[in-house]
Write a protein that binds this ligand. Structure first.
Ligand SMILES: [Zn+2]
Length: 284
């Protein structure tokens, strides 16, 4: 019997799903998926009651939940008020995650701009997160914050910076977006299995096995320019990378468990394609 230790799902409502968010977990199970990232990218608007109902549905249908916090977060800003507002958005996301029983709150840490060095920007992110965690730790039991590897060279978020943040903040696990890493390095990274293995091994070594059990990840193909990320693309578009197969191979080789959120324009359809590619790899 082949066992896949990887869960797959869309970033937000499935493509052809019409109806209430509450019904998404059941829909996902029926089509063969078992993960969902709730998109709060334009603000956390879900009520406590609805979040709790979504959580119950997800539990009932065995769908693992995560949340993507709002895009407008910059914890490295030179402007105190921007940091304050960013922390408020993160705080709202953490409470919504707590209500839903979501295990991870994904967010983009911020921008280097206005800092003397990349290290200074990363330190600022760490300080801001520690203040927030200290404040709310008594009220949060389930979710961890998950700073994501980012796609633009202007953003805090290469692999080392994400590890550095998680090493210094409690309740933190990394979110690895393989497409972003590919775009950040103009296609010169995430080209082969070894490069994926290196990232996984580094995370496990620096943050411990809990960080890869499961490893929270995003995938799609991606278009990039001089500054990195431009646009997410579908798996079938041959002119773009990275290749899903090499990432899956690395997961299977290390034996880690992983959650893979499809950020492709065709969300759940590509999540299913990724799952099928992995199943084929597993049997070969
Ligand atoms: Zn992502």
């Amino acid at each position: 019997m082949f066992m896949l230790k990887i869960k797959f799902g869309p970033a937000g409502k499935p493509l052809n799903f019409k109806g209430d968010m509450i019904k998404v977990p059941e829909y996902l199970t029926n089509i063969g998926l078992d993960a969902l990232e709730y998109e709060a990218v334009r603000g956390v608007k879900i009520s406590e009651e609805k979040a709790r109902r979504l959580g119950e549905e997800a539990k009932k249908h065995n769908v693992i939940l995560s949340i993507h916090a709002p895009y407008f977060i910059n914890l490295a800003s030179p402007d105190e008020n921007v940091i304050k507002r960013s922390l408020q958005r993160l705080r709202n996301s953490l409470f919504a995650a707590e209500w839903m029983g979501a295990y991870a709150v994904v967010f983009h840490p911020g921008y280097y701009k206005g800092n003397k060095s990349r290290d200074e920007a990363t330190r600022k992110v760490v300080d801001a997160l520690n203040n927030l965690m200290e404040e709310i730790s008594d009220n949060i039991t389930k979710p961890q914050i998950a700073p994501e590897t980012t796609g633009k060279t202007s953003q805090v978020g290469d692999v080392d910076e994400i590890i550095e943040i998680c090493r210094n903040v409690q309740r933190c696990r990394p979110c690895i977006d393989w497409a972003h890493l590919h775009a950040r390095y103009q296609g010169n990274f995430i080209r082969e299995v070894n490069e994926v293995l290196d990232v996984i091994e580094k995370i496990e070594k620096e943050l411990g096995s809990r960080a890869v059990n499961p490893l929270h990840t995003h995938f799609s193909k991606i278009e990039y320019g001089k500054g990195g990320e431009k646009e997410h693309h579908t798996l079938r578009e041959k002119e773009y990378g990275p290749e899903w197969k090499i990432v899956c191979k690395a997961y299977l080789e290390t034996g880690i468990s992983a959650v893979v959120i499809s950020e492709s324009p065709i969300l759940d359809k590509d999540a299913l394609l990724m799952k099928n590619i992995c199943l084929t790899e597993l049997k070969s």
